[in-house]
Write a protein that binds this ligand. Structure first.
Ligand code: ADP
Length: 541
């Protein structure tokens, strides 16, 4: 027997209609290269309607991917709405990736049109010749003093909007499982992998962020996503802000610590989120700014350092709130909240609770699988691989006909993180099985970096491990076996890498050894290398 309720698709037009209908008076502020701009949600919605008409004018077909290279900005928000609400797929691209990866991602997604912030043109335009699919490159002027290429593919965002009249129909997505957005994430080997979110997963994720025991985002909040809008949809913060009518403060290209903290102070930001490296960068400036408006600082994408969290608590009265997630999980899966069971803990212990990943948000299920393939007890000490299932978790990657090795036979996502769960469901991440280094919140695939080092004919073998770093969370360290008689130096290795990988991938530490230790099956014994590194070189201060 079926229930007799309306079959109403959970789709982003509902989010658009809500912000347009109820919250037109609330604000959206964007930092620019040359200052900042402030508009209302009503302005954003009206421009979204124009942008929808402009996408039609450009002939972007239904279901086509619209690539964006953009900072956190009002125009990026307009794209977040107009693209999926008209049945196209928003594909946000990380401009910090190495050229080869960007090229691969644009080709794999077959982006029909690209929207690029003017300040990012020097990164994107040199690649434009080699992109196969995009018919147009729409430039969003963020005040950067960058010349526009003289090329028929270049179109100005504002010109485009000025040339069309408002789309005055209702946005409608009939099937909630229609694709809405696409993000690529690093695999441990091979090419980046596409995660394709549906309208349903996006709406559910936005709702989850509003829940009191998640982030409790509400109309009274001034939300500032510092986490980039190309990084898992800025963790869903923009859609959550629209759904509840919060003000939104977007830093644009003004991403230096002094610029971020000034915006937070000036706009009385109440809720913000970023990776640990950002909060480390702001910490020395806390004493000189009034951040008393902040009620929650989310520090996600990596572990929270308790000393840093204590500094925040002492300087501005609130610690850092950790959260765990992945691109594949929309991303927010666990959030810590002080529950009744934590009432008797002392303040340091309570800060430790807030500084750990916390427990699963509603609708998502977690389990930890031990080495014998069975579920381990939730005793807070037995580790195993963390696996996740739920309506906001990927079922497979783009291009996979059936779920690949990242998914279990019964359809759970294998996260590649090693975790424990305690009796109340609180998760702790203790290790990682995936061979990746997370530097400043961004992935460096060790195997790919090893390949780039070994592409130098003077190198016999190379292995890369991640080691803790006070500023970046982790940095790659390269162990290199040089071929005899080459006289190879660390500078030679780094010099070679400049033409093979992104600059921020290049290891500061290159250590020469006579042989890379191997496992019984002949693989690089990374665990042994990590131990050896810890013994030889204590963590950097
Ligand atoms: P994001 O950076 O938004 O979390 P990514 O897909 O880039 O998304 O990275 C996800 C991975 O980052 C996780 O699998 C885990 O290894 C690491 N990570 C994320 N959150 C945490 C956390 N709170 N503590 C430790 N590691 C984390």
């Amino acid at each position: 027997m079926y229930g007799l309720m309306q079959e109403h698709a959970l789709a982003l037009p509902l989010v658009f209609r809500r912000v347009e209908q109820y919250f037109g008076h609330k604000r959206v502020v964007t930092g620019r290269v040359d200052g900042e701009s402030a508009v209302t949600w009503a302005d954003v919605c009206a421009r979204t309607r124009r942008l929808a008409a402009a996408l039609d004018r450009l002939g972007v077909p239904s279901g086509a991917r619209v690539g964006t290279f953009g900072w956190n900005s009002q125009r990026h928000v307009e794209l977040y709405l107009a693209v999926p609400c008209t049945g196209r797929v928003l594909h946000t691209i990380n401009h910090r990736l190495f050229h080869e990866q960007i090229r691969y991602i644009v080709d794999d997604a077959a982006d029909d049109v690209l929207f690029v912030d003017r300040s990012l043109l020097p990164t994107v335009w040199p690649l434009a010749e080699s992109f196969r699919s995009p018919r147009h490159v729409v430039v969003m002027d963020d005040g950067a003093d960058v010349p526009l290429p003289d090329d028929p593919r270049i179109v100005g965002y504002e010109t485009l909007l000025a040339e069309v009249s408002l789309f005055d129909g209702e946005f409608s997505i009939a099937d909630e499982n229609t694709a809405a957005a696409l993000c690529y994430t690093s695999g441990t080997t091979g090419n980046p992998k596409g995660v394709l979110y549906s309208h349903r997963s996006m709406v559910l994720h936005a709702l989850l962020l509003l829940m009191t025991d998640t982030f409790g985002i509400s109309e009274r909040d001034v939300v500032m996503p510092v986490v980039p809008m190309f990084h898992v949809n800025a963790w869903g913060f923009p859609y959550a802000a629209m759904l509840c009518g919060a003000d939104l403060v977007l830093p644009g290209p003004a991403m230096r610590p002094a610029e971020l903290i000034t915006q937070m102070e000036r706009h009385r930001v109440t809720f913000t989120g970023a990776v640990p490296t950002v909060w480390r960068g702001l910490e020395p400036l806390l004493a000189d700014h009034d951040l008393s408006s902040l009620r929650m600082i989310v520090c996600g994408g990596g572990a929270v350092d308790d000393a840093l969290s204590r500094s925040y608590q002492q300087a501005i009265g609130i610690p850092l709130t950790n959260a765990w997630g992945m691109t594949e999980t929309s991303p927010v899966v666990t959030v810590p909240r002080l529950a009744t069971v934590h009432d008797d803990l002392d303040p340091d212990a309570q800060r430790a609770v807030i500084g750990s990943p916390g427990l699963a948000v509603p609708l998502t299920e977690l389990r930890v699988i031990g080495e014998d393939g069975t579920e381990v007890a939730w005793d807070g000490s037995t580790p195993g691989e963390l696996q996740a299932a739920g309506p906001t978790i990927a079922a497979r990657y783009v291009g996979e006909e059936r779920p690949g090795p990242a998914f279990t036979d019964d359809g759970w996502l294998r996260t590649g993180d090693v975790a424990t769960i305690d009796g109340h469901g609180y998760v702790r991440i203790v290790d990682r099985t995936k061979d990746l280094v997370k530097s400043g919140g961004e992935w460096i695939p060790s195997v790919e970096l090893e390949g780039a080092i070994m592409a130098d004919p003077r190198v016999a073998e190379a292995a890369v491990i991640g080691v803790e770093h006070p500023r970046w969370g982790e940095r790659p360290v390269a162990y290199v076996v040089p071929k005899p008689g080459t006289g190879l130096t660390a500078d030679d290795v780094r010099e070679h890498l400049t033409s093979h990988v992104a600059r921020w991938w290049i290891p500061e530490q290159v250590i020469f050894i006579s042989e890379i230790p191997k496992t019984a099956t002949g693989k690089f014994a990374k665990r042994q290398l990590r131990l050896q590194h810890r013994q030889d070189i204590p963590p950097e201060e």
